[in-house]
Design a protein around this ligand. Structure first.
Ligand code: GSH
Length: 231
């Protein structure tokens, strides 16, 4: 019998989204343990004592932490299932990993500013996201080789990583009233995002922007309540 696979996290997190997409691409059954808003479960803290962040993947009870590490683990641990997530060629793997780290380094923080989760200048944050997306549009040209996805003919590692932010792009646009994934500035990436969301393995796993806007309000209220209850 195969060992159970469990994802500990929250549906709204892009880092959690990418793990679920990777598992679905591989056709791996998993249990999803939803964290309560604004709190961290004992299981999460015990499984990721270093960073205390979601997601955590438990495979046969053994924790794997950090979303990029988890997606690569899923590709390797379930190599016999589904299509490979990372390219086979070592050089292409390195290029895809480079851009995945670039996406996380450049998108996450300004998107939090745009969504009002942290302070900061929203126009400046929108410009940072836009500059990163322009760079990722170049990466798309390089990695896709003129095909439909960063991974070529099918969704791969970089599609999953960048694609996990698509719901957040929409939420940030609504909250800040500023364009984020803009068809005029990054037309290829905008068209790719539509294709990515329509993929069988993705569908409902990319959270809806309106739902993310509501979630942001609930999270902010929960964090404020936690802060005011601290001595
Ligand atoms: N680099 C981490 C980032 C994970 C992360 O920031 N998770 C957020 C949810 S979106 C979290 O757990 N935040 C709680 C906290 O920062 O205390 C990864 O890729 O897994």
């Amino acid at each position: 019998m195969s060992e159970p696979v469990v994802v500990v996290g929250g549906w709204a997190s892009p880092f959690v989204t990418r793990v679920c997409i990777a598992l679905r691409l591989k056709g791996v059954e998993y249990e999803f343990l939803q964290e309560a808003v604004g709190r961290k479960s004992e299981l999460l803290l015990r499984s990721n004592p270093v960073y205390r962040k979601m997601p955590v993947l438990l495979h046969g009870g053994r924790p794997v932490c950090e979303s990029l590490v988890i997606v690569q683990y899923v590709d390797e641990a379930f190599s016999a299932a589904g299509k490979p997530i990372l390219p086979a060629d070592p050089y292409r793997r390195a290029v895809h990993r480079f851009w995945a780290e670039y996406a996380d380094a450049k998108l996450h923080s300004p998107l939090r500013t745009l969504r009002g989760m942290v302070g900061g200048d929203k126009a400046d944050a929108a410009e940072q996201v836009s500059a990163a997306l322009r760079q990722l549009e170049e990466a798309f040209l390089e990695c896709s080789g003129g095909k439909r996805y960063f991974g070529g003919d099918d969704v791969g590692f970089l599609d999953i990583v960048v694609g996990s932010y698509i719901g957040w792009f929409g939420a940030a646009e609504r909250i800040a009233g500023l364009p984020v994934l803009d068809e005029a500035r990054t037309p290829r990436l905008a068209a790719w995002a539509v294709r990515f969301c329509a993929h069988d393995a993705v569908g409902d796993l990319v959270p809806d922007a309106a739902r993310l806007v509501e979630f942001g309000e609930v999270l902010r209220a929960a964090l404020a309540a936690n802060a005011s209850s601290r001595p």
